[in-house]
Design a protein around this ligand. Structure first.
Ligand code: ADP
Length: 612
């Protein structure tokens, strides 16, 4: 039923906007709507940020993995190259010990000897599968070479300017990668000094290695492989356009050296523009390169080859699986939203609990306040009912006091006469009844004063129920006498209970007056009051029975209701029994009514007071 209002409004607006959420939002005050809007915006922004972060993490992770894999592959490539070089490293040293080769350098070489040397070097070169073998004399002049048949034959050329020759002359061994000045083919020159028995330098035995197979083999993969020298110049690459690129800025001194050694001879060198985007380790980073095929990002792995002074590079285009990144983004956004909604749910629960707690406290406070008001109202009602009863009894009570006063005046006149006649003894005798009457009147007015007083509610004193009945009977005695009611009193004494004596007396006055009212027009008026132990243990039972007409069956259920009366207007207020019922219950007892014989019987039970 509660949702009927929004539904109604929703159906009215149905044509203009999507139903429930729209209506719910438009129903909110502007400030709340703005707050809701900002919250939704923040949550969405959070989801986007989380997704972005996750994508970056996934990328970073994938790239780090890729870099590690590339690093592993690079080591394999490096090992292959290293093995290849190692295989030929010993060749010039071994050949340098060859007596025929040594003897060729001892003196001027005859054409026949040179021919024999050329053929020999050609043969060894074929067997060792090196690219070229050459023998240089002490000045760097090639006296023999395996490629003697080719137009690009080294024989007769001087290579004294080449660093490997100078190294060999100075240190006994040399190594140098260079573009062949004669052949134009790049290769790695490994050389060893040829000495005489005295250890004097006679010349250099040189083996040249070209790497066409290697470049071809490397060219099969998707990865880009580059080999750079100590100056940072790429001299081997498995893809065209990458060779003879400068990876580092080359200082002028190095340029002069390059020109002197003719290392790359006529090959033009050009710088390779790049900048590092992200670094994974000292030898591994993500780099943006302006390569021959345009600008692209590469995972760049480097492996230094200490023995050669070279560096092997592996460049790989990072391959990110769109699916992986999308999944990572979705998972992150999902986690973020779950956390947000969990937070909201917990916050709502907390707010609800606080709200409940507050309303409970408020309710308790209200109940307390109302209870206080009710008690005050009830006290007022009890007092009003008592005063009303007193008002109705006042005429009889005034009569009760007035009558002895008349008698006393007569007795005083008699007394005066007796004194006039000097009958002192008789006068003393006549004073007795006067004294008794005055004592009785004092007791009655004294009690009336007490009864009219507003007794504080909740008073609980130890009292004798029979004494309470006595007091009530005292106040009603004039009516009993005037209306000729015979009373039967059968009361256990003392019948101790705990309660408010004045209030219990008010109950008894109500019961007794109702009994008197019920018997007003009856020829036989008989009232019984009994106090005896109740069937319920530790309880007293007090019954008031009359010989009136009894209570009509249909009224039995209503007589304790406030303002229920069958008496004529002015006689009854209908409050007596309701107030009595409340007083008895407040004292911890019960009050009930039934019919017995001709009349009604009211039964009151109260817990026995055992403490002294
Ligand atoms: P009130 O006396 O002002 O009518 P009560 O609450 O004292 O108010 O009594 C309510 C009604 O209960 C009486 O009007 C009467 O009808 C009925 N009632 C009470 N006591 C007796 C009784 N002893 N005999 C018959 N009816 C009685």
């Amino acid at each position: 039923m509660r949702s009927s209002a929004p539904e109604l409004r929703c159906s009215q607006r149905m044509l203009r906007c999507p139903p429930v959420p729209c209506v719910l939002v438009t129903m909110l005050p502007t400030s709340r709507r703005a707050r809701l809007f900002i919250s939704v915006l923040l949550i969405l922004a959070g989801a986007v940020l989380a997704a972005g972060w996750a994508v970056r993490q996934a990328e970073r992770h994938a790239m780090a993995d890729d870099a590690a894999r590339a690093g592993g592959q690079l080591v394999l490539y490096g090992n292959t190259l290293q093995t290849l070089i190692e295989r030929y490293r010993a060749l010039p040293a071994v050949l340098a010990l060859d007596p025929e080769i040594r003897s060729a350098l001892l003196g001027p070489v005859s054409p026949e000897a040179q021919d024999a040397l050329n053929r020999r070097l050609e043969k060894i070169n074929g067997a060792a599968q090196s690219s070229t073998l050459e023998l240089l004399d002490r000045n760097g002049l090639a006296v023999g070479a395996s490629n003697w048949r080719l137009p690009s034959s080294y024989v007769g050329h001087n290579y004294g300017f080449r660093p490997y020759f100078l190294q060999t002359k100075a240190q006994g061994v040399g190594r140098f990668y260079a573009v062949g000045v004669t052949s134009g083919i790049p290769g790695y020159f490994l050389s060893n000094a040829v000495t005489n028995d005295a250890g004097e330098f006679l010349g250099a035995m040189v083996v040249k290695l070209e790497f066409p197979d290697l470049e071809r083999e490397w060219g099969q993969g998707d990865d880009l492989l580059l080999l750079s020298d100590a100056k940072g110049i790429v001299f081997i690459a498995n893809q065209s356009g990458w060779r003879y690129r400068e990876l580092l800025p080359i200082p002028a001194s190095d340029r002069a050296e390059l020109a002197a050694t003719r290392q790359y001879d006529k090959q033009p060198l050009s710088p390779l523009q790049s900048h590092v985007l992200r670094e994974f380790s000292g030898t591994s980073h993500l780099t943006r390169i302006e390569g021959p095929d345009g600008t692209a990002d590469y995972l760049w792995e480097s492996l230094p080859m200490a023995a050669e002074g070279w560096t092997l590079h592996l460049l790989r285009k990072p391959q990110l699986l769109a699916e992986d990144t999308r999944n990572a983004a979705l998972a992150a956004a999902g986690t973020w939203l779950t956390l947000v909604f969990l937070g909201l749910f917990l916050y709502q629960r907390w707010r609800l609990a606080r709200l409940r707690q507050r309303s409970r406290e408020e309710l308790e406070r209200l109940v307390e306040e109302r209870t206080r008001d009710l008690r005050t109202a009830q006290d007022g009602l009890v007092q009003s009912a008592k005063l009303a009863a007193l008002g109705q009894m006042s005429a009889a009570l005034a009569h009760e006091i007035n009558q002895p006063l008349t008698t006393q005046r007569m007795q005083l006149a008699t007394l005066r006469l007796l004194l006039d006649h000097g009958r002192i003894d008789d006068a003393y005798k006549a004073l007795g009844p006067l004294d008794q009457q005055l004592t009785r009147m004092a007791a009655l007015t004294g009690h009336l004063k007490t009864f009219a007083r507003k007794s504080p509610s909740g008073l609980r004193e130890r009292l004798d129920l029979a004494a309470v009945v006595d007091q009530a009977l005292l106040l009603l005695e004039p009516r009993f006498r005037d209306e000729g009611v015979s009373t039967v009193l059968d009361m256990a004494r003392p019948a101790f209970v705990r309660g408010d004596a004045i209030r219990l007396e008010q109950v008894l006055i109500n019961l007794l007056r109702n009994a008197l009212d019920a018997m007003r027009d009856k020829p036989v008026k008989r009232l019984e009051v009994r106090i005896e132990p109740d069937s319920k243990p530790q309880h007293w039972r007090l019954t008031v029975s009359d010989s009136g007409d009894g209570i009509a069956e249909e009224h039995l259920a209503s007589i304790f209701d406030p303002f229920f009366t069958t008496k004529p207007v002015g006689d009854g207020l209908g409050l007596g029994l309701a107030v009595s019922y409340a007083i008895v219950h407040e004292t911890g007892g019960t009050l009930s009514a039934d019919n017995q014989g001709d009349g009604a019987r009211f039964t009151l039970t109260l817990p026995t007071e055992t403490e002294a």
